[in-house]
Every structure is written in C-alpha cells, then in structure tokens.
Design a protein around this ligand. Sequence first.
Ligand SMILES: [Zn+2]
Length: 120
Amino acid sequence: MRCEDVALILPRAVDVGEPVDESVQHHVNSCLTCQAELAKYHKLLKALRTMRHQLLIPAPGTLAMTLAALQESQERRAIRSLVTGRRGAYLGAIGGAAVAAGAAAAAVALARRRAPRLAG
Ligand SMILES: [Zn+2]
C-alpha cells in the first residue's frame, strides 16, 4: 500500500468513523507521513466541531450599514429605471429593497433571539 492510496481513504475513515482495511491500518502504523496526515485530519475535524458552537456577533452598526447599502443600491436602480422609462422596474426595485430590508431585519432578530442560548 502506498501513501497516495491511504490519503484517499483516511478522510472518509476519520470523518465518518468508517473502519479501514488491515492493510491500511498496517501502513499507517508504520508510516510517519500517513500518521501525520491522520493527525491533521483529527485536528481539522476538532476545529470544525468547535466552530459549530462559536457565535459570531456582528460589529455594531453592521445591520444599519447593510440596510443603507441595500437601500442605496435599490434607489440607484429605481432612478435609473425612471430615467429610462421603465416603471415596472422601478416598482420592482422598491419591492426588492423592502424585501431585502425585511430579510436582513429578520435575520438579525433571529440571531439575537438565538444568541443567549448559544452563548450559554
Ligand atoms: Zn504513508
């Protein structure tokens, strides 16, 4: 068995805990390169599991800046539509801005509601 062959098997074996053939196990036991790879996989999975429980809190003002940027973008699009005479696009742009603002507000409200549970 070669290291390249083992490298194809190790990620799945580590990720799902799938048992490996005896030949793979024997190679890993006797190969420092594959042992190092195995240690890297374990370390990576541990880091990923840790990230599941980390709460990312947006910087103050992020919501306001996002909403302002969305509104500005939609307003520019609406003005452009008016200039070119496309009223349907204007109404669509206004509706799009309202939907985007609502979605952003809902996402932040949901994140705030979840925050105490995750932090504790
Ligand atoms: Zn090897």
